[in-house]
Design a protein around this ligand. Structure first.
Ligand SMILES: NC(=O)c1ccc[n+]([C@@H]2O[C@H](COP(=O)([O-])OP(=O)(O)OC[C@H]3O[C@@H](n4cnc5c(N)ncnc54)[C@H](OP(=O)(O)O)[C@@H]3O)[C@@H](O)[C@H]2O)c1
Length: 299
């Protein structure tokens, strides 16, 4: 039903490599495409797959084409590659923002007899095991085989352990502003704020118990990753711009409470946060988890 040939545009990149392994392990012939030949050749050799520099040649026989290139380049790549695909092929991107990419996919599947979906893997290239990691699916449209093919592909991913969350581009970008935009921003600002105080992190570690240490390691794991992508996730998503306005108001409200020694206001904010988090399924075990992470750090 799916065919056997997969081309990954951006296959020498972090996420391209993860998917190349998944497809290869499921018996597909994988072909990687990118622009820098040295890197592409090295990655293809590492993975034991083929590579191709010419876009048209790379996709013309493919049953599945995955686009795994930077967010801002993705819509244009969809437009460029769609005319070269063979009939009934599946085309999908993995960009972290969906509104613009999905518009191009909609155009592509109306213009050509191909099947378009959009995926957002909610993990980075560091992933080792896939169990219970989420992949967000957006069904765009295609030929009479569309749902059949998409369901088979999703079954393959579910068999690897992934959880598939299905949604629309609008809802996707709204939720991503919260689940990626906010934690990225807070961790970038955490380090930036400390930097502004001119204290070294190593020195501060001698004055820490638990919370700071864990927060520091978490922020450090974020700041050493893909700067361009993290910037795009915040700058290119109008939904995140709305969150920034809200954040500004929340900081103003907080500052007023703290400066005014407003114990009642502090209690209100604290309790609202507590009651909100009580609805979460991790809540009851969060404190235990915290000490499990600490155990790793202390050892
Ligand atoms: N990394 C994550 O944590 C993560 C998680 C979820 C989703 N995503 C999404 O996945 C996509 C890829 O992210 P990544 O982290 O894997 O990026 P990456 O490591 O920077 O890899 C990007 C790849 O795209 C290639 N490329 C860039 N522009 C190209 C073009 N115009 N034509 C052909 N190839 C091109 C690059 O190779 P050349 O420069 O040699 O062409 C490289 O192979 C992004 O849209 C990102 O939003 C990433």
């Amino acid at each position: 039903m799916l065919g056997k040939k997969v081309t990954i545009i951006g296959g020498s990149g972090g996420l391209g490599r993860v998917f190349a392994r998944i497809f290869k392990n499921n018996g597909f012939n994988v072909l990687l495409m990118a622009r820098n030949e040295d890197r592409l050749k090295r990655v293809a050799q590492e993975l034991g797959v083929n590579y191709q520099l010419d876009l048209k040649t790379s996709v013309k026989d493919a049953d599945i084409v995955m686009i795994s290139i930077p967010i801002k380049s993705t819509p244009k790549m969809i437009k460029n590659v769609a005319p070269y695909l063979k009939e009934d092929a599946i085309l999908f991107d993995v960009a972290s923002l969906k509104s613009l990419a999905c518009k191009e996919l909609e155009i592509a599947c109306k213009k050509y007899p191909i099947n378009c979906i959009s995926l957002h893997p909610m993990f980075g290239p560091g992933i080792k095991k896939f169990k219970n990691y989420v992949i967000i699916l957006l069904r765009i449209g295609g030929t009479v085989y569309f749902n059949l093919k998409v369901n088979v592909l999703m079954d393959l991913l579910k068999k690897e352990g992934f959880i598939i969350t299905e949604t629309t581009p609008e809802i996707h970008d709204k939720k991503i502003a919260l689940t990626l935009g906010i934690p990225h921003m807070l961790n970038i600002l955490f380090l930036y704020l400390l930097r502004k105080t001119s204290n070294s992190l190593s020195e501060l570690t001698n004055y820490t118990g638990t919370t700071f240490l864990l927060q520091k390691v978490f922020a450090e794991s974020i700041i050493q990753r893909e700067m361009e992508m993290f910037g795009d996730i915040q700058m290119e998503n109008p939904q995140f711009h709305k969150i920034l306005d809200l954040f500004e108001n929340v900081v103003k409200e907080y500052k007023k409470i703290i400066r005014g020694r407003d114990a009642e206001g502090f209690k209100r904010i604290f309790t609202e946060g507590l009651n909100y988090s009580k609805e979460d399924k991790h809540f009851e075990k969060s404190y235990d988890y915290f000490y499990q992470f600490m155990k790793i750090l202390k050892e």
